[in-house]
Design a protein around this ligand. Structure first.
Ligand code: SF4
Length: 234
């Protein structure tokens, strides 16, 4: 299994300087989807940033027929390692559950980024007291989308997207602005789509139950955890 994973990992990853991802924290659980037969048109390869299984589940459903999807779990904002692992396992379960569905499109792949807690605190320095939805969250989105765009570029993906906006607490306009900005800077396509539309959030709740996914009660960082009881179960 390990041999297969290594063989499938894009050769340019380590060479392109993503050692922290490609060599220490990279976990490619499934091969990325490939076209059937020589004449089949190649689907664009899309790196999908995801914060958790429930938000990702409806986005995979929506995109897997059009794109060769790899889910990218990069979330250094999460409070602690235990919670991080819990969300990561839920994310993997989500990918597994989709891949086991008889009606699925091509298999979806999984890639884990590094859990760089210090990086998160550096990025949001001075913004700790901001309310959820404020400037701290903008920086948090930027950190995660920037790493996604950088990884997509270095590993040869055609484009990237984010499942962050499935949550009703996240404003798509901001995610869209940041996504377009990092897309221009890294020279990799951004799929600028609001996955909340067309019932994405309701589908997220339904699939989380169907796939038996962990649904956290706070967004991710310690500041949101303090107000966790005020949040709906995500
Ligand atoms: S509330 Fe959520 S989006 Fe905002 S900084 Fe914390 S983890 Fe990031």
């Amino acid at each position: 299994m390990r041999k297969r994973e290594e063989a499938r990992r894009p050769e340019n990853a380590a060479a392109a300087g993503v050692a922290e991802i490609a060599e220490t924290a990279c976990e490619r659980r499934y091969p990325a989807a490939e076209p059937i037969g020589r004449l089949a048109p190649r689907k664009p390869a899309l790196l999908l940033h995801s914060c958790c299984g429930p938000c990702c589940a409806p986005v995979i459903e929506e995109l897997a027929r059009e794109y060769a999807v790899t889910v990218f779990f990069y979330n250094p904002n999460i409070t602690d390692r235990q919670e991080y692992n819990r969300r990561k396992e839920s994310q993997i379960r989500c990918v597994d559950a989709y891949n086991e569905r008889p009606d699925r499109a091509d298999e979806v792949a999984f890639l884990e980024g590094a859990y760089e807690e210090n990086r998160f605190y550096e990025e949001i320095k001075g913004l700790e007291g901001e309310p959820e939805g404020g400037a701290r969250c903008d920086q948090c989105f930027r950190l995660r989308l920037e790493k996604t765009a950088e990884t997509a570029k270095l590993m040869g993906f055609d484009c990237f997207a984010s499942a962050l906006a499935v949550s009703p607490r996240k404003e798509y306009r901001k995610i869209s602005e940041i996504g377009r900005d990092v897309c221009a800077r890294y020279g990799v396509g951004f799929l600028d789509r609001d996955f909340k539309k067309k019932g994405g959030q309701q589908r997220s709740v339904l699939l989380a139950k169907q796939y038996n996914l962990y649904r956290q009660t706070y967004c991710g960082c310690e500041y949101s955890a303090r107000n966790g009881s005020e949040h709906e179960i995500r």
